[in-house]
Write a protein that binds this ligand. Structure first.
Ligand code: APR
Length: 230
C-alpha cells in the first residue's frame, strides 16, 4: 500500500531546543539585530561586512547544534509515511536527523552564491569573506532569501502542500509571507496539526488539532496520535 503523504511546514521553533534562537520570541534574533541592517538587499549594499559577520556567526551556531527529538521524530515518520518537509529554516538539522525530502524555502546557511548569478551556488562550512569571489567574479553572499527578495521555491512548496494527505505545522509564528500562506493550500478535508509552544494566530482551519507544547514533546504527541493512521 502506498504510504500517505505527510507534509510538514517547519519554522525556527523546531530548532529552538537545539539551542538555535528563533527570530521573534523574546531574546529572539530580531531583538538583538535590526532586520534592515542584516537581512535585506539594501543592507548587503550598504554594509556587506556586517551582513557576512551576521551569517558567519549563524553558520558557527548551526555547526555546533545537534538535531533534537522533534527533528528525529519527523525523520522516523518516514518508516510509515511519505514525509515531505518544507522548512523556513536555514539550518541543516532536518537533514542531519535523517529526513530525506527537505525543501528550504529561505535558503541554506551552508551554501553561498555569486552576488551576480544566483545559479552559481557552492558549499561553505567556514566563513565567507569580502573578496571571496565566484567563477563569474561576483562576490559570494550567503545563499539566503532576504526580506524583499522573491522566494524561488514557493511554487514547488505549494505543489507539495496541495497534494498532502496529512499536514503538520511546527514552530513558526506564521507571520512571514509567502511561507505563512502555505497553510491555505492544504486540502480542506485532510487532518491538520499545529505544534507550537505558543500557538500562533491563524484564521479558521478546518479539521485542525492543536498541540500546544515545545516541539520535542509536541512531535512525540503527534506520533502517538498518528498511530491510528498506520
Ligand atoms: N517548540 C515549539 N515552538 C517554539 C519553541 C519550541 N521550543 N520555541 C519557540 N517556538 C515557536 C514560537 O512560539 C513561534 O511561534 O516558534 C515560532 C518562532 O517564530 P519566529 O521566530 O517568527 O520564526 P519563523 O516563523 O520560523 O520565522 C519565519 O522569518 O525572520 C524570518 O526568514 C526568517 O524563516 C524566518 C521567517
Amino acid at each position: 500500500m502506498a504510504k500517505k503523504k505527510l507534509v510538514v511546514l517547519t519554522g525556527a521553533g523546531i530548532s529552538a531546543e537545539s539551542g538555535l534562537k528563533t527570530f521573534r520570541d523574546s531574546d529572539g534574533l530580531w531583538e538583538g539585530y535590526d532586520v534592515n541592517e542584516v537581512a535585506t538587499p539594501r543592507a548587503w549594499r550598504k554594509n556587506p561586512q556586517l551582513v557576512l559577520d551576521f551569517y558567519n556567526l549563524r553558520r558557527k551556531n548551526v555547526a555546533d547544534a545537534r538535531p533534537n527529538a522533534a527533528h528525529i521524530g519527523l525523520a522516523e515518520l518516514e518508516k510509515k509515511f511519505d514525509v515531505h518537509i518544507v522548512t523556513q529554516n536555514i539550518d541543516d538539522l532536518h537533514e542531519r536527523a535523517g529526513s530525506s525530502k527537505v525543501l528550504h524555502l529561505h535558503g541554506e546557511i551552508f551554501k553561498m552564491r555569486s552576488d551576480s548569478n544566483e545559479e552559481l551556488v557552492q558549499e561553505i562550512r567556514g566563513d565567507i569573506m569580502l573578496g571571496d569571489v565566484a567563477a563569474d567574479g561576483g562576490q559570494f553572499r550567503p545563499h539566503i532569501v532576504w526580506f524583499e527578495e522573491p522566494v524561488p521555491k514557493i511554487e514547488q512548496a505549494i505543489h507539495v502542500v496541495r497534494r498532502a494527505e496529512i499536514f503538520v505545522v511546527v514552530g513558526t509564528s506564521l507571520v512571514v509571507y509567502p511561507a505563512a500562506g502555505l497553510v491555505n493550500y492544504a486540502p480542506a478535508e485532510i487532518p491538520k496539526f499545529i505544534i507550537d509552544k505558543h500557538i500562533p494566530y491563524t484564521s479558521s482551519i478546518y479539521n485542525l488539532t492543536v498541540i500546544e507544547k515545545p516541539a520535542t514533546e509536541g512531535v512525540k504527541a503527534l506520533i502517538e496520535m498518528l498511530r491510528s493512521e498506520f
